[in-house]
Every structure is written in structure tokens, then in C-alpha cells.
Write a protein that binds this ligand. Structure first.
Ligand code: WTA
Length: 654
């Protein structure tokens, strides 16, 4: 139902949705107000949604004060995350499907893994890890395709109190090695091959290449996915499938403190190499579970599907931890939206009668371009709620999602959050809010979202307005630190605006006070929903012998949201050729991974710099956007002619 009462079209939920929803408009207002007025009371109550071994008596102990940033939730409580996601469901829903696994090829059989099956497999994996010497607090790197063993591995770590760090299977051996070394992992879990979209990535051989650059003591546990050939290193490589046949199928869950780390996940920032975001056990689980239930209006018996990869935070919170803590049936998909053709997502929805579907705008844009018939031939009548995440969604994609996929019946929850936040920070709730195409609408319970003036750092509490998005107080699933570098944590998130968590995103509030995320205000770009630091791509480029200097910016891309635009200055005497162009693209793919592949490289005899030698990225961004009229103040440029040259060459590219 659309109405035009404000300058934005709004879509109110149907009466049916409102009547069955957990959270109504009035309840949202009441709960949100309570969560802000009395965080201890509110979270003290909602903290009970998970099982504690020793109940907490303290709720919130947090400080955003510069130099003393310290975040603790439920700090004297103890629990086990895996027991919360599995064991506590055994009595009531042991035979219910916990995970539906849909393989890459529709010809292959889907698996239905019950909570009992999950318990057995996770216990076996836990025992295997212990036999390999993994103990409480040790780190385990997981480099797996989207197979059930990825979930087993995560939960097995949680069961024995080891800290997992998942590396997306699309990352290169170099990136994998950096992450293994970064957290000093004892074991890497990988698979022989990763089939995806009909292609087959040799994961084990990537891991072999990475392990040449790590400590000799790192062990490698290999899951058989395709049975394809691999090389084997004696006393370093272990066959998971063989060990699982023998392993004991019970493992006692370790008693963990709420503040013990659950996982590390590397993510890109605006400077330097990726940082290890640390999430802890208690607060993270409470928040992931609560948001999964309320944001998607999840009810007992629903089939819920998040299309993310477990290599990203969305897969952690909304494929594994949130849904399983709620005893849900969560679908795990190995493939891609367009394999074998552009109807795959919708065929999977039909086949498994999916009720809640959660994906990224980039996938929607790609599918939208293929035509409606791919959607219309599938029966999507079980869908009730649609979600999006990862980047701003443009109104065209939103409308297509709403009309063609959702048939106008399904509220769209546009969830804004980050690796650092652990769970949804802003989203409409399906039965409570009339949505607006492109707006993340309202903060979730306990989230004190504010817009600051970027120059004065003052809060702007009137609207409409625009500025930078900050969070004024802690929430339970906030990251606790950067692995091994608390100073970097403070500096990155708490130093620009004192007393606030600075998210790195720009934001606008409309005349109703609803929030619209306008994108990153730093040097982080968002390519197909994957987060990338331009500095990482630059350092990969300058590591090539032919490259003297490089500057990388994002530019608008129809499908990916943003593309990677590289300005490259070659070494003296090196000629720019088509071969070198191709070689540099391959080089970056090898250094970081296919997701970092440059979309455009422009040969730049010089880069625009200030007299003090700082590259003026603002100008480079404008040129990449083909927006030459708005270069702004160029008076501080050391050599203005450089800019004319870059524009001329950009224009030649059309
Ligand atoms: C962007 C993904 C607009 C944002 C969960 C954020 C979004 C970054 C949205 C985090 C959204 C995420 N609307 N932008 N609904 N969701 N973003 O760490 O720029 O991979 O800072 O976490 O993605 O990306 P990350």
C-alpha cells in the first residue's frame, strides 16, 4: 500500500502483517524509549533470551571516553554459544531441520540437517580440533566454501572456547597468510575445492600456498567437498572426513565468560591493512538472536534464508549465530544468484518454501537486469519479509524487489549495520513501520543513533538534516577491540568525534526524522556489497615493479554499486601497454583476491597533489565519476596541469 503523505512514497505493512508481527508500531516506540532510558533494565531483561551457565548480575559497563574506551556487557555471566545454538534445542526440536543446505548445482541433492545431526557433527569437529591441539583461547582460521562444515567449524570452535577467524574463500593465498599470521592461528580448516557458479576454486592449493608463509607449526584440516586431487603434506595436513568417522560424538561445552572472544573477522578500513574486529560471546549472541527474530519477524517453523557468505559478518550473525540461537531453520546456499541461470534464487525460494529472504542490493540489480520472467515463473507465495544489506539500495532496485519479488505483499527491511556493530543497527521492523524505498528508517532497540555536523562535531537533533552518522552509547554486540591493537580501535572509531562511535557513513534524516544512509565518508569503498579499503588496492599496485605510484577511488557502477578506479603512475621508462593493463588486474587479483579486481585503470603521468604532497582524492573521485564541473577548490594544487591531463584521458574513455 503506497501513500504520498510526505515527499517520499511510503509503504505501510498489510493488516495481516501487522496483526501477526512480534513488534507493532506502539510496541516499538515503547520498547525503544525504554531501551534508551534504562539500558541496564532493558538488556537485563532481554539478556535472558539466551541460556547462561552462571547468570550475569551486571549488565552494561561501557565507556567511550577518549583513552579509556572499554566495552563490557553481562561481564560476570558465563555461557557457551554453541550450547545456545544447539544443545538447548535438542529436547524440544531435536528432529527439526536446523540447516537446509542447497548445493551449487541444482542437480545435486539438498541436505536437511536436524538439530540432533548438527549436535553430532559439531561435537565431532570439536573433538578433532582438540586432538589437533586447539585449546580455549586459541585461534582457528576457517577458509571454506559455503558447506555445512563451515557452520560445524564455527560452532565447534565456540564449543571448546577457541576463537575462529573466517577468511572468505574468494581471498588469495597472500591475504589468507596475512590473516593466519595476524591472529597467530594454530589450525586452518579448508576444503579440497570450492564449487561455485559452476566453477571450481582449488582451495586446498591456495591454503598450501599460504602456508608457505606462516609458522611451520600451523596445521591444516581438510574437508572433502569434491574429492578432487590435492597435494598432501605429512604431519601438517589432516583429513577431516577420515577423522570424523572415528571421532567421539560428544564434546562438553566449555564454560566461557560473556566477554571471552567468540571470533575475529578481518575487515577493511580507510588506512593500512585490514583490522581484526573482535566480537565476544554474551552480548553478541543476545543481540544477533534478538535482531534476527524482530527484524525478520521470524516465527517458529519459518524457513529463513540469508544469501550471504559466512566469510562476511552477515553470514556470522544471520546465517549461523542469530537464527540457530533462536532454534530456526536456516538455509545455507553454496552457489550464486545466476547459476545455472538468473532464476536460481527464486527456484531455491520455491523449492524450500522460504518465508524470509535476505540479500544484497548488488544481487538484486544484477537480477533485475535479466528480466522479470525469471522471477515470475517461480512460486514465491511463501515469502513474507524481504531484507537487504551491505550498501545503500537505489529506489529502482527497491521497487523491483517490492513489486516483482514480493508481489507488493512483503515489507522490505533495509538493514544498516557493519562488521563492527555485530548486528542490525538501523532497520524498519516489518509490522511496525511504513517503509520508504532507500531508507533504513529507525534505530534498533538500544541504538542511540545521532547525526553530527561533520565540522563542529555537534549533534543535530532537528530534521530534515544531513551529516555524519554516530552512535552515542554502546549496544551489546559492539566490537570490543581490534585484535592485538586496542589503540587502533580507539583511534579508528572514537577519535574523530569525542564520546561517540563514528561509523564512517554519511547520513540524512528526512522531515519525519527517518534515517537515510548516504554512503561512506572515508576511503572505504563498497564493491558488490564487499567492503574494500582503497589503501589496500593501492599497496597491492605499488608492490608491482612497473608501478611508481597509485591512487584508487570508487566510482558509480550500475551493478556493483561502486567500481574500483585506479590511477597508476608507471616507473620511469615503463610504457603503458594493453598487456601491462591486464597484468596489473591479474596482479591485484592475486595479491588480494578476485573481489579486488580493478574495473578501470587510468595511466596517470602525475597525480594531483597539494604542495605538501598529499594526494587530492576528492578531485580523483570527481574525475572517476565523470563529474568535471564540480572539482571544487583546486587552488592548493602543486601542479594544476596534472588535472587537465587526467580529465582529458578520462574523457577519451567516454
Ligand atoms: C554499508 C555489512 C546503506 C555502510 C553488514 C557500512 C549500508 C558498510 C547498509 C559496512 C545499508 C551496510 N544501507 N549502507 N542497509 N548496510 N552498508 O562491514 O557503508 O561489510 O559502513 O558490514 O556497508 O560493511 P560491512
Amino acid at each position: 500500500m503506497s501513500s504520498e503523505t510526505t515527499s517520499n512514497p511510503t509503504y505501510a505493512p498489510s493488516a495481516e502483517m501487522v496483526s501477526r508481527a512480534h513488534i507493532s508500531a506502539a510496541k516499538y516506540d515503547e520498547m525503544y524509549a525504554a531501551s534508551i532510558a534504562d539500558p541496564d533494565g532493558f538488556w537485563g531483561e532481554h539478556g535472558k533470551r539466551i541460556d547462561w551457565i552462571k547468570p550475569f548480575t551486571k549488565v552494561k559497563s561501557t565507556s567511550f571516553e577518549p583513552g579509556k574506551v572499554d566495552i563490557k556487557w553481562f561481564e560476570d555471566g558465563t555461557l557457551n554459544v554453541a550450547a545456545n545454538c544447539i544443545d538447548r534445542h535438542l529436547e524440544t526440536r531435536g528432529d527439526q531441520t536446523a540447516i537446509i543446505w542447497e548445493p551449487d548445482s541444482p542437480e545435486d541433492k539438498a541436505l536437511h540437517i536436524t538439530y540432533k545431526d548438527l549436535h553430532r557433527s559439531v561435537c565431532k569437529m570439536a573433538n578433532i580440533l582438540e586432538d589437533l591441539g586447539v585449546r580455549k583461547g586459541d585461534r582457528v582460521v576457517i577458509y571454506l566454501p559455503m558447506i555445512p562444515e563451515a557452520a560445524y567449524a564455527m560452532l565447534a570452535c565456540a564449543r571448546i572456547g577457541a576463537i575462529h577467524s573466517i577468511v572468505f574463500a574468494g581471498f588469495s593465498p597472500d591475504a589468507l597468510a596475512a590473516r593466519i599470521n595476524g591472529c597467530d592461528a594454530k589450525v586452518v580448516i579448508t576444503a579440497d575445492y570450492a564449487p561455485r557458479g559452476g566453477r571450481n576454486t582449488p582451495l586446498k592449493s591456495n591454503a598450501d600456498a599460504a602456508l608457505l608463509h606462516t609458522k611451520d607449526s600451523v596445521k591444516c584440516l581438510v574437508v572433502k567437498r569434491t574429492g578432487g586431487q590435492t597435494t598432501w603434506v605429512q604431519d601438517r595436513d589432516y583429513d577431516y572426513n577420515e577423522l570424523a568417522m572415528e571421532a567421539d560424538d560428544y564434546s562438553k561445552p566449555a564454560e566461557m565468560n560473556a566477554e571471552d572472544p567468540l571470533f575475529i573477522l578481518y575487515t577493511s578500513g580507510s588506512t593500512g591493512q585490514p583490522k581484526g574486529v573482535v566480537h565476544c560471546s554474551g552480548g553478541y549472541l543476545v543481540y544477533a538472536a534478538m535482531t534476527q527474530e524482530y527484524t525478520f519477524d521470524y516465527h517458529e517453523g519459518d524457513i529463513y534464508w540469508c544469501t550471504a557468505d559466512v566469510g562476511w559478518v552477515t553470514g556470522h550473525s544471520y546465517i549461523v549465530y542469530g537464527p540457530l540461537a533462536n532454534g530456526a531453520t536456516t538455509l545455507m546456499f553454496e552457489g550464486t544468484p545466476t547459476y545455472p541461470d538468473a532464476s536460481r534464487f527464486w527456484q531455491v525460494c520455491e523449492k524450500h518454501k522460504v518465508n524470509q529472504f535476505y540479500t544484497a542490493p548488488t544481487a538484486l540489480r544484477a537480477l533485475m537486469g535479466q528480466g522479470n520472467e525469471y522471477v515470475e515463473k517461480c512460486d514465491l507465495s511463501d515469502l513474507r519479509v524481504l531484507g537487504t544489506v551491505g550498501e545503500p539500495i537505489n529506489p529502482e532496485a527497491w521497487n523491483w524487489y517490492n513489486d516483482v519479488v514480493g508481489g507488493g505483499r512483503c515489507p522490505i527491511v533495509d538493514t544498516w549495520w557493519q562488521t563492527e556493530t555485530g548486528g542490525h543497527m538501523m532497520t524498519p521492523l516489518p509490522g511496525a513501520h511504513a517503509t520508504k524505498p532507500g531508507s533504513a528508517m529507525k534505530p534498533f532497540f538500544g541504538v542511540k543513533a545521532v547525526v553530527l555536523d561533520p565540522h563542529s562535531g555537534e549533534e543535530i537533533d532537528t530534521y530534515p538534516t544531513e551529516g555524519v552518522l554516530c552512535i552515542a552509547d554502546s549496544w551489546p554486540s559492539q566490537m570490543r577491540t581490534v585484535w592485538g591493537d586496542h589503540g587502533r580501535f580507539e583511534k579508528t572509531y572514537f577519535s574523530d568525534y569525542k564520546g561517540y562511535y563514528f561509523a564512517g557513513d554519511g547520513c540524512r534524516r528526512d522531515e519525519d526524522g527517518d534515517f537515510w544512509i548516504t554512503g561512506r565518508v572515508d576511503d572505504v569503498i563498497n564493491v558488490s556489497g564487499h567492503r574494500m579499503g582503497t589503501a589496500e588496492v593501492e599497496s597491492a599496485l605499488v608492490a608491482h615493479a612497473a608501478v611508481a605510484e597509485a591512487a584508487v577511488v570508487g566510482y558509480p557502477h550500475d551493478i556493483k554499486g561502486q567500481g574500483i578506479y585506479c590511477y597508476v603512475t608507471l616507473m620511469n621508462g615503463v610504457e603503458p601497454t594493453d598487456e601491462l593493463y591486464k597484468e596489473l588486474r591479474t596482479w591485484v587479483r592475486t595479491e588480494i583476491g578476485p573481489i579486488a579486481s580493478p574495473d578501470l585503470i587510468q595511466w596517470a603521468p602525475g597525480l594531483p597533489k597539494t604542495r605538501s604532497g598529499k594526494i587530492m582524492r576528492r578531485i580523483l573521485r570527481k574525475i572517476a565519476e565523470n563529474d568535471f564541473g564540480a572539482l571544487g577548490d583546486t587552488s592548493t594544487l602543486a601542479e594544476p596541469a596534472v588535472v587537465d591531463d587526467l580529465i582529458e584521458n578520462r574523457m577519451n574513455k567516454g
